[in-house]
Design a protein around this ligand. Structure first.
Ligand code: UD1
Ligand code: CA
Length: 467
């Protein structure tokens, strides 16, 4: 078994992002960029050591990744990628295996590529292997310079390249496998005599060439895979590529996605087969959606669990909630955290639910607020029903037992309990508990004054004639 240690470079500020947040913490599909190279290495390669070189906003980076398998190493001054690797020497100076170096700003590389690269490196008994690709437009990348016989001679940074070298389409990904002893010896020979006055890691390639060490390349056919994120535009492009991978995965698992480019799905989301996702949906966080559901268009679901055959219709927002099978939500509904809809519940337009359990088969179809409530089975919540859960100081619960009928435009002033099968007449303001099977009416008695309108009209006519 070959020994592997991983170094991920993440100390730079990322000047070209023009951000007050360090580049590697910028999110891609809701996760910091650095989590991608970390996941492919920690999850798939199981290295002996994983070192992350931090510097700019290093404490923030540490806090974002509280994983005991990671060792953070500080690079106090950002003097270049070569210098960044050299700060790991106290921890890896005696290591005798292969070091895999990655950058925190290369989020799209896939685990099978790294595996392939390592196997190639070991199979060829190389001292140094570079991951490369051919790009139509290589702007911004270091170019791989080869000799007449095709062997790699060096990598030249764009800012240092001659016009001839700028023509080269083979680019350096910034991902390397290196034999550890060679790496640390070569790093001692670096100089900062170049356009950016930095210690370039890429210079170890020319050093290896001079020392006649075996240098190999491992090329990825799809150049997007090694894309580096230096600017906001590249951040957007990387998210697009990752998003496409996630959507393709769910489509291959039997999910239909209409106008896929418009649908945003984060990597931890799970979706069951034969579910249909309409355009402009945002499925975020640890959301799971069952089979045979219809979601959207224009729906946002965050950290929520949704059963089978659920319909979530137009313009609905659901956060930290749970919805059981066969329920319907929307259009224009808002489920705030800790809403729990049991099987077959119907929540309709302009209904907001917060921290409430709504039991089997209950309906709240129009214009309601249900907060801090426990609503029984088979309840009908009339249009415009409001649980008045807040007295300005505290939140209070509302309990509505099974089979209750709440008439329209009712205010339920909590704490309050409406007993089983009770009926609340429309327009009520309920401040006292309603016993089971009772009718609760709370409204001013209606009075009809006969012919009042005719009398008023006559009076007005008289006044007009008088002038
Ligand atoms: C680097 C490579 C270039 C390659 C490109 C691929 C060098 C000199 N150039 O250029 O050949 O084509 O990546 O994307 O290596 N970092 C530190 N400390 C430092 C400087 C950088 O930790 O002192 C980290 C950054 O946070 C970043 C990574 O190293 O994650 C790469 O640095 P960056 O400045 O983005 O290098 P590029 O100019 O993209
Ligand atoms: Ca970069």
């Amino acid at each position: 078994m070959e020994r592997i240690a991983v170094i991920i470079l993440a100390a730079g500020k990322g000047k070209r992002m023009r951000s007050s947040l360090v580049k590697v913490l910028h999110p891609l599909l809701g996760r910091p960029m650095l989590s991608y190279p970390l996941e492919v290495t920690l999850g798939q390669l199981r290295p002996e050591k994983t070192l992350v070189v931090i510097g700019y906003q290093g404490d923030e980076v540490r806090v974002a990744f509280p994983d005991p398998r990671i060792t953070f190493v500080e690079q106090q001054e950002q003097l270049g990628t070569g210098h960044a690797v050299s700060v790991t020497k106290p921890l890896l100076g005696d290591f005798n295996g292969t070091i895999l170096i990655l950058c925190g700003d290369i989020p799209l590389v896939r685990p099978q590529t790294l595996r392939g690269m390592l196997n190639h490196h070991w199979g060829k008994e190389a001292v140094l292997t570079l991951l490369t690709s051919h790009m139509e437009d290589p702007t911004g990348y270091g170019r791989v310079v080869r000799g007449v016989l095709g062997g790699v001679r060096k990598v030249v940074e764009e800012k240092d390249a001659t016009d001839h070298e700028l023509e080269i389409k083979e680019v350096n990904s910034g991902i390397y496998c290196v034999q550890a002893p060679f790496l640390f010896r070569a790093l001692e020979e670096l100089s900062s005599d170049n356009a950016q006055q930095e210690y370039y890691l890429t210079d170890i390639i020319e050093i290896a060439h001079h020392k006649k060490k075996r240098i190999c390349t491992f090329s990825v056919p799809d150049p997007w895979e090694i894309m580096g994120v230096n600017t906001r535009a590249e951040l957007a492009k990387a998210e697009e590529v990752l998003g496409e991978r996630v959507r393709r995965h769910w489509m291959s698992e039997g999910v239909t996605i209409k106008n896929p480019q418009s649908v945003y799905i984060e990597p931890d989301v799970r979706i069951g087969k034969d579910t249909l996702i309409y355009p402009n949906c945002y499925l975020r966080g640890k959301t799971s959606i069952g089979e045979g559901c219809r979601i959207g268009p224009q729906v946002e679901i965050v950290d929520s669990q949704i059963g089978d055959r659920v319909q979530v219709r137009f313009c609905t927002l659901i956060t930290e909630s749970r919805i059981e099978d066969d329920a319907t939500v929307g259009p224009f509904s808002h489920l705030r955290p800790l809403s729990y809809l049991e099987k077959g519940v119907k929540i309709g337009n302009f209904v907001e639910v917060k921290k409430s359990r709504i039991r089997q088969g209950t309906k709240a179809n129009h214009l309601s607020y249900i907060g801090d409530a426990d609503v029984g089975k088979g309840v009908n919540i009339g249009a415009g029903t409001i649980t008045c859960n807040y007295d300005g100081y505290q939140k209070h619960p509302t309990i509505i037992e099974d089979g209750v009928f709440v008439g329209s435009n009712t205010a339920l002033v909590a704490p309050i309990k409406i007993g089983k099968e009770a009926l609340v007449g429309a327009g009520a303001i309920i401040t006292k508990d309603v016993p089971p099977y009772a009718l609760a009416v709370s409204r001013a008695k209606q009075k009809n004054i006969k012919k009042w309108v005719i009398k008023r009209n006559k009076k007005m006519e008289k006044e007009r004639r008088r002038g």
